[in-house]
Design a protein around this ligand. Structure first.
Ligand code: HEC
Ligand code: HEC
Length: 281
């Protein structure tokens, strides 16, 4: 082949096209060769370093013993150590004491956010912003009271406010009168308010009584908020709340979380969280 090679003084393969396009046998450039060797060296080092090759029953574990689950567990342990600094103190403290400690209550707020999302947000909305028929927790208007111990009690024991249905004891004209006075925020100006004993639960001033969870009827903040608020008020007066004798009564039950559902510490965390959401009192 070299005999009829028209370019005898260079190292080509003898493959020639179009008279002078030749395939040469030069070495590849050194940057390319270094890259090539580095890449297989990397493969060898990598597969020795980390768990890699499948074997019959198990796999090669790698010379360093690294595993991703091990790294995850070490990270988790580190987080738990940071948490332990706070978590260890909580069981021995009252919710009020946690609230009084800035560093602790900041920690609790962060960890209770998840608890609230898991246990409470379905009814009370994200961040306690409320849902139709469930009270808003992110305000400073309270049915049962917004002091920290009351909130702990609410979460531990649940709540079920009861208002008797008045559909049978009041005429619809009377319901209309009461509803309008309440809608205007002035229930006590309507004589029926005293005459029909609404005051017994809602107070002589109409502002509600915390032990009963009876709504404040003077503040235009609605426990049962609806587009047609006047109609909602009439409905509540007629059918009451949690009154078993009226099949159309409003249902309003805050489940009990004490006992098996949540630990005491989780309840304290949630109470601090709820307290901080709305203006606690
Ligand atoms: C199944 C729905 C539901 C779930 C879940 C729920 N709640 Fe409630 N919650 C209610 C209802 C309904 C009321 C009002 C009860 C009433 O009117 O008598 C209420 C009332 C409250 C109140 C009293 C508000 C006030 O104005 O006094 C607090 C505080 C509260 N809930 C906190 C929580 C927390 C914290 C959680 C999560 C651990 C939670 N709730 C989970 C339905 C729920
Ligand atoms: C046995 C106690 C009781 C009596 C009597 C009572 N209420 Fe109530 N009322 C309540 C409670 C408790 C609530 C709040 C229920 C809840 O949030 O679960 C309530 C809620 C209401 C609401 C809803 C307010 C809102 O924000 O949506 C209206 C309106 C109302 N009452 C009007 C009246 C009127 C008018 C009378 C008299 C005819 C009356 N109530 C008598 C206990 C009572």
């Amino acid at each position: 082949m070299s005999d009829n090679n028209p370019f005898p003084n260079e190292s080509n393969t003898g493959h020639i096209w179009d008279d002078n396009l030749r395939e040469l046998t030069n070495d590849p450039p050194s940057w390319w060769r270094i890259g090539f060797h580095l890449s297989w060296i990397l493969v060898v080092v990598y597969t020795l370093w980390y768990p890699s090759w499948p074997l019959l029953e198990t796999h090669f574990k790698g010379l360093t013993g690294w595993t991703s689950i091990g790294e995850y567990e070490a990270d988790l342990k580190a987080i738990e150590q940071v948490r332990a600094k706070y978590e260890d103190k909580l069981p021995g403290m009252s919710a009020a004491a946690i609230l009084a400690d800035d560093e602790l209550s900041n920690y609790v707020l962060r960890s209770a956010k998840v608890l609230f999302g898991d246990n409470c947000a379905a009814c009370h909305g994200t961040g306690g912003a409320g849902n139709p028929d469930y009270p808003v927790l992110a305000d400073d208007d309270w049915l049962y009271g917004g002091d920290i111990n009351t909130i702990v009690q609410t979460i531990t024991n649940g709540r079920k406010g009861v208002m008797t249905a008045h559909g049978k004891s009041l005429s619809s004209a009377e319901i209309d009168k009461l509803a309008e006075a309440i809608h205007n925020g002035k229930p006590t100006q309507e004589p029926l308010y005293m005459a029909k004993a609404c005051f017994a639960c809602h107070g002589a001033d109409g502002k509600g009584m915390a032990p009963l969870g009876s709504a404040n009827l003077t503040d235009a903040i609605w426990r049962f908020e609806e587009e047609d608020q006047l109609a909602s008020i009439k409905y509540t007066i007629a059918h009451g709340v949690n009154d078993a004798s009226d099949p159309n009564t409003r249902n309003a039950e805050m489940p009990k979380f004490g006992g098996t559902k949540l630990s005491e510490t989780d309840i304290k965390k949630l109470a601090v969280y709820v307290y901080k959401l709305g203006g606690g009192q």
